[in-house]
Design a protein around this ligand. Structure first.
Ligand code: HSE
Length: 298
C-alpha cells in the first residue's frame, strides 16, 4: 500500500512570539509519497526540488529519522518503507521547509499504520526532526504544519499546545529574498539576556496579538506585531528589510516581519488583492536591488 501526504509551509514566531507562535499557509507545501516494502528498514528512493542538497541516506534525512523514531515508539521497526520527498519550497527560506517534510512523513506513517490518535501526538517526533535540522527542537513550525491554522506553544516542558482562532479575512503576503539564512546560524546571533523593559514590551505585544486573534480585531493584531528582541538582530541578515517594511505598510499592510528565522518576510493584509499587490511589489524590489558579498580577506 502507498500514501501521498501534503504538509504546508508555516510562518513561525509571527513577529513577537519567538518559538511560541506559528501559523500554516495554504501553499506552498511539501509532499511525501510513502510505500510499504517487503524488506525491514527505510529507504529514500527519490527527492525532488532540493537542488541535490538533502541526503538520500535514511540515517541522515530528517524525514526518515523522525519516521524511524515513530516506528520505534510503536514497536514496529520490522516494517519496510520507501519514501519519496517532493520539495515545493526552498530550503533555509524561513518557511518551515524541513518541518513541512518531516510532518508529511510522520502523517504518512501514522495513516499507513492505521493509528487514529490525534495528529498532535506526532509533535514530539517532529520536534526531534527540527532538532536534527537546526540544533534546536522548537515546535512553532511543526505544530501549525500538523494542526493547521494558528498554534501557540504555551509550554515546551511539559508540551502544551493550543490552537488559536483567527479572523476569516486575514491574508498573508510572503516573499523570499534569495539569500541563505540557516536557522542554526540565525539562532546563534540572538542575544541570550534581555532587559526587563524589553520583556515587558514583548509580553504586552504577544498578549495583544493573541487577544486580537480571538477578538477578530485586525487593528489590534497589527499594532501588536512588534518585536524588540529578535528582529533588530536578524533583520541585518535580510536585504533591505526596513525598506520592504515601509513599502508594505505604505501599500496597506496591517503588519510586516520576518517569517521564522528568515530570510522570508511576510505581511498581513485585510484582503487578497492587497496581499497580491504587496507580494508583487516586494518581489520586484528584491530583483532590482543587488546583493553584494560580505567583506572578506582575499
Ligand atoms: N522559532 C524559530 C526561530 C523558527 O525563530 O529560530 C525557525 O523557523
Amino acid at each position: 500500500s502507498s500514501i501521498q501526504v501534503f504538509a504546508p509551509a508555516t510562518v513561525a514566531n509571527v513577529v513577537c512570539g519567538f518559538d511560541v507562535l506559528g501559523f500554516a499557509v495554504n501553499e506552498p507545501g511539501d509532499e511525501v509519497i510513502m510505500r510499504r516494502t517487503n524488506k525491514a528498514g527505510i529507504t529514500i528512493s527519490k527527492i525532488t526540488g532540493d537542488d541535490g542538497r538533502l541526503p538520500l541516506n535514511p540515517a541522515k534525512n530528517t524525514v526518515s529519522v523522525s519516521v524511524q523514531h515513530y516506528l520505534q515508539s510503536i514497536g514496529r521497526t520490522d516494517i519496510g518503507l520507501d519514501i519519496e520527498l517532493h520539495k515545493k519550497m526552498p530550503i533555509g527560506s524561513g518557511l518551515g521547509s524541513s518541518s513541512a517534510s518531516t510532518v508529511a512523513g510522520l502523517f504518512a506513517i501514522k495513516t499507513l499504520m492505521g493509528d487514529d490518535t490525534d495528529a498532535s501526538t506526532l509533535l514530539p517526533f517532529a520536534m526531534k526532526g527540527e532538532e536534527m535540522a537546526c540544533g534546536h527542537g522548537h515546535a512553532d513550525n511543526v505544530a501549525p504544519a500538523l494542526m493547521g491554522g494558528f498554534v501557540l506553544i504555551r509550554s515546551y516542558e511539559p508540551l502544551d499546545v493550543v490552537r488559536l482562532p483567527h479572523p476569516a479575512n486575514l491574508w498573508c503576503a510572503i516573499v523570499f529574498p534569495d539569500v541563505d539564512v540557516p536557522t542554526r546560524e540565525a539562532r546563534q546571533i540572538i542575544r541570550n539576556k534581555i532587559q526587563m523593559k524589553d520583556a515587558v514590551t514583548q509580553w504586552g505585544n504577544i498578549a495583544g496579538l493573541v487577544s486580537g486573534l480571538f477578538m477578530q480585531d485586525i487593528d489590534l493584531i497589527g499594532r501588536s506585531m512588534k518585536d524588540v528582541l529578535v528582529e533588530p538582530v536578524r533583520s541585518m541578515l535580510i536585504p533591505d528589510f526596513y525598506v520592504m517594511r515601509e513599502l508594505a505598510m505604505e501599500m496597506g499592510a496591517v503588519s510586516f516581519g520576518i517569517s521564522g528565522s528568515g530570510p522570508s518576510v511576510f505581511a498581513f493584509t485585510r484582503d487578497e488583492d492587497t496581499a497580491k499587490r504587496i507580494t508583487a511589489k516586494l518581489q520586484q524590489h528584491l530583483t532590482s536591488i543587488k546583493i553584494g558579498s560580505n567583506a572578506y580577506v582575499s
